[in-house]
Design a protein around this ligand. Structure first.
Ligand SMILES: Cc1cc2nc3c(=O)[nH]c(=O)nc-3n(C[C@H](O)[C@H](O)[C@H](O)COP(=O)(O)OP(=O)(O)OC[C@H]3O[C@@H](n4cnc5c(N)ncnc54)[C@H](O)[C@@H]3O)c2cc1C
Length: 272
């Protein structure tokens, strides 16, 4: 199969073509797209690259950091500004994958992938999307719920607030193969407190549904409470509420539901 490659200097021009050509796909690092090509499973005939600087910038301003969609996991790992994302970026594949895999591509990666997306979701990230000539921003939560409709848009970047304190952001990828197996399930949690009580709790999963998802029932069980064993028990009891995990070669949906509360409790108690 012959596939064309087009390069654009601006996001607007690339986005105009993605918007009007259903056979075109935006190329991030290509770890999934090029694999689909090699496996002759490609449903596209054109790949679009873009050299716009905005895609590769990491810009910190006060407590907020903007990360271009073309930033790779390896660059996250090399950035001190992004130290809070290092556990999530390190969890993505092996070194060769991390050298290519981008933030933007991770937001579209189907199960069993999306480890970084789960971390960004627990950090309440906002996503900048370019559709045709119009840019807009939206919460990552909303983006992930509608991502199937976003394939005709280009993500230019994400913006997050750095978590307050080292232990206030936690990430756990559960895998059967160490150190670089794919995820059975992934949990990320922002657990900031105010006067000893949790405030603005966010908990997100990857591989507990068709896209990374927030654990709203767990967030409700934790919000305003102290992180103590009885509270963790209540959160664990609600762990799988609203989840529709996949059954795949790694595990069944039943197994994922069964082990999720155990791993969530360990993460919350700090023994993961
Ligand atoms: C061996 C192997 C191991 C892996 N292990 C993991 C893992 O442990 N955890 C994990 O999360 N993932 C894993 N992955 C999946 C993948 O590498 C990552 O999810 C990666 O972040 C995808 O990014 P990419 O830039 O390579 O995406 P690409 O392959 O370039 O693109 C993937 C999809 O995203 C779209 N896309 C990419 N960038 C944009 C953008 N800026 N705007 C709009 N659409 C865009 C593309 O059009 C395509 O539909 C693995 C992949 C392989 C091959």
């Amino acid at each position: 199969m012959t596939v064309g490659l087009q390069t654009f200097e601006t996001l607007r021009d690339a986005s105009a073509v993605v918007g009007r050509d259903p056979s075109a796909r935006f190329l991030g690092g290509g770890t999934l797209l090029v694999r689909a090509l090699n496996e002759e499973a490609a449903d596209f005939s054109t790949l679009l690259r873009c050299t716009d600087r905005v895609l590769v910038e990491i810009r910190a301003s006060g407590s907020r950091v903007r990360i271009g969609a073309g930033v790779t996991m390896a660059r996250i790992l090399a950035s001190r500004e992004l130290a809070f994302l290092h556990p999530a970026a390190r969890a993505v594949g092996g070194p060769a994958v991390r050298a290519q895999a981008t933030v933007g591509g991770n937001l579209f990666a189907p199960p069993p992938y999306g480890d970084l997306a789960a971390a960004l979701l627990a950090l309440d990230a906002r996503v900048s999307v370019q559709s045709g000539y119009s840019p807009r921003d939206m919460p990552l939560d909303e983006f992930l719920r509608t991502r199937d409709t976003m394939v005709r848009s280009i993500v230019s970047g994400v913006e997050v607030a750095r978590p307050r304190g080292e232990r206030s952001f936690r990430f756990l990828k559960v895998s059967k193969v160490r150190p670089k197996g794919v995820s059975l399930l992934t949990i990320a949690a922002r657990l900031e407190d105010s006067a000893g009580r949790l405030s603005g709790v966010r908990v997100a999963y990857a591989n507990m549904g068709p896209a990374p998802v927030r654990a709203a029932a767990v967030e409700r069980a934790l919000e305003g409470r102290r992180l103590e064993p009885l509270v963790v028990e209540a959160a664990a009891a609600a762990a799988a509420n609203g989840c529709s995990p996949p059954t795949d070669a790694i595990a069944s949906a039943w197994y994922r539901r069964e082990v999720l509360p155990v791993h969530l409790s360990r993460l919350l108690l700090g023994v993961a």
